[in-house]
Write a protein that binds this ligand. Structure first.
Ligand code: MN3
Length: 364
């Protein structure tokens, strides 16, 4: 029993304890403040740059049992966050710092692996969280529902194709349902964090429904059984969002950019043009004097080849005819023994203007 009339020494020791306790409290408070500050700095550092982690939009356990809470938490807060952090690091101090994520992904091929992988990772996961939901029903009468039935005959056939694309993708990657520049639905898979928007992808288009088949997406629950994960994920597809993605893709300016990218004859002409015009601008006419015939060939191939639907317009067809005539005139001038550098420079400059007119018309 503790006596009320405490011994002074006891009092003293209590006093010392109280003092120590206060000091301890202060130390703890200081530690807590420092910790909070460092967490603050850490989260600031994580979003230090133009890109940030989008909200998940639902709880980590919202998709159970198809996708378990721990997988969701790790996938979102660790893996996706890492793509965002590393993308911010990779673009820091480069021209791409001010580019939109879509533009970076579209031109991923010229940016090096760090930007390509992390921009892809950020785009793909931002897409993935949105196309998942509990209890969403497939509507065969929705826009995407009709297109799926028309293209693949049934939802089941689409599932079979997607599951095959996902299960046969060696290593890490994605299975995609995407809209082609011809506005048709198609299925493909991509390695790593690539997607069909990317200029490096052999299949081009805008993703409508993407499934992550990296082990980090399923290993905690399904271990090595990727097929079981693929079978289960169809129970948590957000069909309203997939329909929304489909409708947006149909009118997206990005689809036109991809369509232009797939116009190989235009790209081929562009290559010869830039390899001859830029030296000519600097006074070096050697490239154009040796390649004017090739320029005619590429212009004629452009005229003879199939023009992508969006660009098959009268102004563009007229500009291509002007391009053929201009390339022909330039070639004749080069063939002439006494053509002056000034004449050749003027001729290629005119041809370059016509080419840029076509480029401009394509962007309208
Ligand atoms: Mn993933």
């Amino acid at each position: 029993m503790i006596s009320d009339d405490c011994h002074p020494v006891v009092l003293n020791s209590n006093f010392i304890f109280a003092k120590k306790f206060n000091m301890k409290k202060r130390i703890y408070s200081a530690i807590a403040i420092i910790t909070l500050l460092s967490i603050g700095q850490k989260s600031m550092a994580q979003s230090d740059g133009p890109f940030s982690l989008p909200p998940l939009g639902y709880a980590y356990n919202a998709l159970e049992p198809a996708i378990d809470a721990l997988t969701m938490e790790t996938h979102y807060s660790k893996h996706h966050q890492a793509y965002v952090t590393n993308l911010n690091k990779a673009v820091k101090g480069t021209d791409y710092e001010t580019w939109s994520l879509e533009d970076i992904v579209l031109r991923a091929g010229r940016m090096g692996d760090a930007v390509r992988n992390n921009a892809g990772g950020h785009w793909n996961h931002s897409h993935f969280w949105k196309i998942l939901a509990k209890g969403s029903q497939f509507d065969p009468n929705s826009e995407v529902g009709k297109a799926i039935t028309q293209t693949f005959t049934s939802l089941d056939s689409l599932k079979t194709l997607m599951n095959k694309a996902g299960s046969t993708r060696f290593g890490s990657g994605w299975a995609w349902l995407y809209l082609t520049p011809e506005k048709k639905l198609a299925v493909c898979s991509s390695p790593n964090q690539d997607n069909p928007i990317m200029d490096v992808s052999p299949e081009r288009g805008i993703p409508v429904l993407g499934i992550d088949v990296w082990e980090h997406a399923y290993y905690l629950k399904y271990m090595n059984k990727r097929g079981d994960y693929l079978a289960a994920i169809w129970s948590v597809i957000n069909w309203q969002q997939v329909n929304q993605n489909f409708k947006e893709a149909l009118t997206s300016p990005l689809l036109k950019d991809i369509e232009k990218d797939t116009w190989t004859a235009l790209k081929d002409f562009h290559k010869v043009m830039s390899q001859t015009f830029h030296p000519a601008e600097e006074g070096n006419l050697q490239p154009i004097r040796t390649r004017s015939g090739e320029m005619v060939e590429k212009a004629k191939a452009l005229q003879a080849g199939k023009i992508p639907a969006s660009f098959n317009t009268d102004p563009i067809k007229k500009a291509i005819a002007d391009l053929v005539a201009g390339a022909d005139a330039l070639d004749k001038l080069v063939q002439k023994k006494n053509s002056s550098d000034k004449e050749v420079t003027e001729s290629i400059t005119k041809l370059h203007d016509v080419f840029h007119l076509i480029q401009g018309l394509c962007s309208e």
